[in-house]
Design a protein around this ligand. Structure first.
Ligand code: G3H
Ligand code: 13P
Ligand code: ZN
Length: 304
């Protein structure tokens, strides 16, 4: 059975660690993530973006996650990432997702509140929790994009949480989606995080948090990837964010680079081998390796 995201995150909130949200698009990505969580006895949040639903189909992804949760000893939640389309949000609630995100952060404050409240009503009726977003996270990826960062205002965050009744809040403190996060040195606004934490009493979420680890980038590049200028959030900054109140950390880009590196390596080293299992096996193993590394940084290892 899938585990409630709220119960996973409330424990993290009480004990001051973060749980990884990892985006899934197919079975191998999911298996790599779940194997890492099992190896380290960590709870995990699997997430599907609207792009993932479009690519693989909601029933396939839901049932993959459900199967993983039935076979696994660690708590596994399934979450809708960046829900913007009410129809998608409704479908996830009906199907039995553990939580949904309503991302109306691009709207002005009152409209964001109105849309978030609608989703909270729908979801809470079914016992499903809701993540909302205030401020905007930079970057651009497929269906999720935003022009720049508008940092979250702490007083507005307090008002937003009180008026919407959302369960978790995604905040903007300097991260952005994708592989090109910073042109200069990477720095999150930890003072701002502390102020938001002091004014809200719910788990806070960090999007755009991939580390873009150099070893995986080097591996992908060795086999032909073009990744010049990529930069992620250093582990030291993630640790500071967790220490100061972040309880859910979203990662997708690191999985994409790991998958890419694995496929490139297999194809390049064995051009005569066209068995998809041999091509995807190293990709799955690299995803597992990257997720294990993240779980250790987040502090959720051994929490099961
Ligand atoms: O936050 C965005 C996630 O990386 C999902 O990206 O919409 O391209 O699947 P996607
Ligand atoms: P990254 O692009 O940093 O992996 O962020 C993913 C994310 O925020 C998914 O919601
Ligand atoms: Zn995001």
């Amino acid at each position: 059975m899938l585990t409630s995201t709220k119960s996973i995150l409330e424990k993290a909130y009480r004990q001051n660690y973060a749980v990884g949200h990892f985006n899934i698009n197919n079975m191998e990505i999911l298996q790599g993530i779940v194997q890492a969580a099992e190896n380290l006895r960590s709870p995990i949040i699997l997430a599907t973006s609207e792009g993932a639903l479009e690519y693989a189909g909601i029933n396939f992804l839901y049932n993959l996650a459900l199967t993983a949760s039935e076979l696994s000893k660690v708590p596994i939640a399934l979450h809708l990432d960046h829900g913007k389309d009410m129809e998608n949000i409704r479908k996830c609630i009906q199907l039995g997702y553990s939580s949904v995100m309503i991302d109306a952060s691009h709207e002005e404050f009152e409209k964001n509140i109105k849309l978030t409240k609608q989703v909270v009503q729908l979801a809470h009726r079914k016992g499903i929790s809701v993540e909302a977003e205030l401020g905007t996270i930079g970057g651009k990826e497929d269906l999720v994009h935003s022009r720049g960062i508008i940092y979250t205002n702490p007083a507005k965050a307090q008002e937003f949480v009180e008026r919407t009744g959302c369960d978790f809040l995604a905040i903007a403190i300097g991260t952005s989606h994708g592989a090109y996060k910073f042109s200069g040195s990477a720095k999150l606004k930890i003072e701002l995080l502390k102020q938001i934490k002091a004014k809200t009493k719910i788990p806070l979420v960090l999007h755009g948090a991939s580390g873009v680890p150099q070893s995986i980038v080097n591996l992908a590049q060795k086999y032909g990837a073009k990744l010049s200028g990529v930069k992620g959030v250093p582990d030291s900054q993630i640790k500071l964010a967790v220490k100061n109140g972040i309880n859910k950390i979203n990662t997708d880009t690191d999985l994409r680079i790991a998958f890419d590196a694995g496929v490139r390596k297999a194809v390049k080293e064995h051009p005569e081998d066209f068995d998809p299992r041999h091509i995807l096996f190293p990709a799955r193993a690299l995803i597992q390796q990257v997720v294990e590394q993240r779980i250790k940084v987040f502090g959720s290892a051994g929490k099961v």
